[in-house]
Design a protein around this ligand. Structure first.
Ligand SMILES: Cc1ncc(COP(=O)(O)O)c(C=O)c1O
Length: 374
């Protein structure tokens, strides 16, 4: 047996007729860019989130920086996030021309630690970007409170947690806009790249709709903008898949519970936790070695034993070579939790189409390694 990290083709085969039907509809429509399938999917995505608007883009990174740009955030402004997220969160801040300010993550959830945010706020601070990392929501209630007190915008980076929720809050309920990514490996992923914003803010909707389309919302009429549209073929794939997202997230939760049950006796690594009242959708199931020096050897053991485990993300953003590439960046205080997360994380295979025997095989290999340690 070999346990793969992703199950893209299994997923396609499971709902092939629904995806093929939508692709066929688009192909026969002769409208492939800004056509009716995009409009349909945007409507479905807004309805799924309970927001007034959804706007599709070429990728999730663009969704973040276009939202910042729509809010007038750029040169001279500061945006707070944390350094153990995927690189694109910070990259989007830099593309917008702003300074990325990093604070530490919560030791348990690995999402931004709200207790660290206020000390990082200066007169230049304009926004906070919490990331719902690995599929669990950041503490949006605490973050909203700080944002209200200091009159800051909040943009949720929800590339990893579509369908998740917090204790008494939904994604997109407590922010100005929520960005998501539909790259294939996400919980809702297309066969390539795309992303979206959902928002109740009319200004963000109107501005980003123009910005994604060469500054145009009427033929031959332009202002400054870009080309970052979600094309109709991808919209068709995503429309077919969106109908399954809750069931797929339930399966991810089921495999996560099975991993946790099987691994709970391990002495040399810790398991992910779900905050009380939260719905974690396990984009990734991350374990952490108790000793950083164990991580690479454990990962190699799994890979050598037919388990395609990976790391997310083994180099924190501020530790990347060449950081910060002449861009504005500040680390506010020490970030030991983020650095420890980078040094100890291992991602086990996680996708809805896993099979029981595959999960059990991964558990057995992890426990074999654990038992072999002194
Ligand atoms: C946390 C996070 N933010 C942003 C992105 C950027 O999305 P994309 O790759 O679609 O640009 C991703 C995924 O790639 C991500 O995981």
């Amino acid at each position: 047996m070999k346990v793969e990290f992703y199950g893209h083709v299994r997923q396609y085969h499971n709902i092939k007729s629904e995806i093929d039907r939508n692709i066929h509809t688009v192909l026969e429509s002769s409208q492939y860019v800004m056509g009716p399938m995009l409009k349909q999917f945007e409507g479905e995505l807004a309805a799924y989130h309970g927001t007034k608007y959804a706007i599709g883009f070429g990728n999730g990174t663009d969704a973040i920086w276009l939202a910042l740009m729509a809010l007038g955030i750029g040169q001279g402004d500061e945006v707070i996030t944390h350094p153990n997220t995927f690189f694109a969160t910070a990259e989007a801040i830099w593309i917008a021309g702003a300074t990325a300010v990093f604070v530490d993550c919560d030791p348990e959830t690995k999402c931004i630690d709200p207790a660290k945010i206020e000390a990082a706020i200066t007169p230049k601070t304009k926004a906070i970007i919490p990331v719902h990392l690995y599929g669990q929501c950041a503490d949006m209630k605490a973050i909203r409170k700080i944002a209200d007190k200091h009159k800051l915008y909040v943009i949720e980076d929800n590339a990893q947690a579509i369908g998740a929720s917090g204790d008494g809050f939904k994604i997109s309920e407590l922010s100005d806009a929520t960005a998501t990514s539909f790259i294939i490996q996400k919980n809702l992923g297309t066969f390539g790249d795309s992303g979206a914003l959902v928002t109740n803010n009319e200004k963000i909707d109107a501005a980003t709709r123009k910005l994604r389309n060469h500054g145009s919302n009427a033929r031959n009429v332009h202002s400054f903008g870009f080309n970052s549209r979600l094309d109709d073929l991808h919209a068709g794939v995503l429309s077919a898949k969106l109908k399954h997202i809750d069931a797929w997230n339930d399966l991810r939760r089921k495999w996560a519970a099975r991993y946790t049950g099987g691994l709970k006796g391990a002495k040399n690594f810790t398991l992910p936790s779900e905050r009380k009242g939260y719905r974690h959708v396990f984009h990734l199931y991350i374990i952490e070695t108790k000793k950083p020096e164990h991580r690479d050897a454990f990962l190699k053991f799994l890979n050598d034993n037919a388990v395609d485990a990976k790391t997310h993300y083994s180099i924190a953003i501020h530790k990347q070579a060449g950081y910060p590439w002449g861009k504005g960046a500040r680390i506010n205080g020490a970030v030991p939790n983020a650095e420890r997360n980078a040094a100890t994380c291992i991602s086990l295979p996680m996708f809805p189409e896993l099979k029981e025997e595959e999960v059990d095989f991964v558990i057995a290999k992890c426990m074999e390694w654990d038992n072999a340690q002194k």
